[in-house]
Design a protein around this ligand. Structure first.
Ligand code: ARG
Length: 456
């Protein structure tokens, strides 16, 4: 039975019920709805709506319902209730009779759903932070294990300058640290309690909303009833933070898919996270990484979905807002499993150091070094850049790396080149020079890693 039958003389059509009911989605708020109802029972007791005895009875019945539904979650959907709030109220009435009908005094499903959802965001947000921290740890471990493997760094997907594999890992650590800080920040703003703002105008019972907020673990109550029941900024923010984080996950996946390709052969992925082809026996496909990249799309989709749902809503609550949950739940599920999967992929990843080193040596990745060498000998950088460009053209024609050109040949591009040039063209020298803060020299990467480990 619906919560609102009195004004109606006709039943809802079956199609309307199917269209309007949100239980198949919001059943996930069961725990929050019950916890919120327990706090509400106490709050209305304090303003004289319930006796202490009645409150105790309601608390017991609500706790009993929580235990029953966590044991048999299928009870919820099977009830056919309109939404999770109706389910809880219905079940309560079935347990304690007319007393159950008193619980909704002074409360609306509008402040109720807003409270449930914020409680859910806070809880799931904490779990998401833990998964982000685990992924960060996996990257730090990999950085430590492979710190000095040399690989080509790319711009435009062309070999640019050599970098250490540890440096690559720590680049993603920076990204996931920003994701952690963004989510923490969003959760701070979500930490205000809507309960006690009623349908839109505030509740007519003089309750202590500060105390109520505290009893539910919120930092403070919300301050404006109209805003409270129509605010879904926390959903937008979390979807946005998830989208940014998925973008990082997807870029990392893309890097690794490329490193794993037959063409690059830089890494080997564990059997645990790859799959074979039904036709081609030689294949070992990076499915886990491709799915991380692929799921990014649906997370972005949910962000655009909630932004679009909210954009033209007049104050205060509108049923459009019921559409907030499906996307958010999917975002949190997708983001969580991608974070876990990424950590698993990293834990089992092997770097093929010979291949990465050979690749780093190819592609004229030491051209900048030659230019810097000329600069050190007094040539202006722009001129040096030009001279090296000419040398690279000749080297490419001869299919030889710069360091294999004989001295006389190098001197034909600039007479200031001397025998000491070869030393600066080595890969060790390329790396060692990147010693300013944030660079890829081994001491820099080691100190960056030490900093990350200290904050782990
Ligand atoms: N199922 C609804 C939702 O998720 C609960 C709020 C219903 N409020 C109302 N005035 N119809 O938004």
């Amino acid at each position: 039975m619906a919560l609102w039958g009195g004004r109606f003389s006709q039943e809802s059509s079956a199609l309307f019920k199917l269209f309007n009911d949100s239980l198949p989605v919001d059943y996930r708020l069961i725990e929050q709805d019950i916890v919120g109802s327990i706090a509400w029972a106490s709050a209305i007791t304090q303003v004289g709506v319930l006796t202490t005895e009645e409150c105790t009875q309601l608390h017991a019945a609500l706790n009993e319902l929580l235990a029953e539904t966590s044991e048999n979650p299928e009870l919820i959907i099977a009830s056919g209730a309109e939404d999770i709030h109706s389910f809880v109220e219905q079940s309560l009435i079935a347990k304690v009779g007319d007393l159950g009908k008193k619980l909704h005094t002074g409360r609306s499903r509008n402040d109720q759903v807003a409270t449930d959802l914020k409680l859910w965001c806070k809880k799931e947000g904490q779990e998401q932070l833990e998964l982000l921290a685990k992924l960060r740890t996996a990257l730090i471990k990999l950085a430590e294990r492979e710190i000095d493997a040399v690989m080509p760094g790319y711009t435009h997907l062309q070999r640019a300058q050599p970098v250490l594999f540890g440096h690559w890992c720590l680049a993603y650590v920076e990204m996931f640290e920003r994701d952690i800080s963004r989510l923490e920040d969003a959760l701070k703003r979500a930490d205000t309690c809507p309960l006690g703002t009623g349908a839109l105008a505030g509740t007519a019972y003089p309750m202590d909303r500060v105390k109520l907020a505290q009893s539910l673990g919120f930092a403070a109550p919300t301050l404006n009833s109209l805003d409270t029941v129509s605010d879904r900024d926390h959903v937008v923010e979390i979807c946005s933070d998830a989208s940014i984080s998925m973008m990082h996950l997807s870029r990392m996946a893309e890097d690794l898919i490329f490193f794993n390709s037959g063409e690059a052969g830089f890494i080997e992925l564990d059997d645990e996270v790859t799959s074979g082809s039904s036709l081609m026996p030689q294949k070992k496909n990076p499915d886990a990484l491709e799915l991380i990249r692929g799921k990014t799309g649906r997370v972005y989709g949910s962000l655009i979905g909630i932004l679009t749902t909210m954009k033209a809503l007049p104050l205060a609550y509108n049923k459009d807002m019921q559409e907030d949950k499906e996307g958010l739940f999917d975002v949190m599920d997708s983001w969580a499993i991608c974070l876990e999967m990424a950590a698993l992929v990293l834990n089992g990843l092997q770097v093929n150091r010979e291949r990465t080193l050979v690749a780093a040596q190819q592609g004229y990745a030491n051209s900048t070094e030659l230019a810097d060498y000329l600069v050190a000998k007094g040539m202006p950088f722009r001129e040096a850049h030009h001279v090296v460009g000419e040398a690279v053209v000749v080297a490419i024609a001869k299919q030889t790396p710069l360091e294999d050109l004989p001295l006389e040949e190098l001197q034909s591009f600039s007479a200031i080149i001397e025998a000491d040039v070869y030393e600066c063209l080595t890969i060790e020298s390329c790396l060692a020079k990147r010693e300013a803060l944030g660079g890829t020299s081994l001491p820099q990467v080691k100190s960056a890693l030490a900093g990350k480990k200290a904050n782990n």
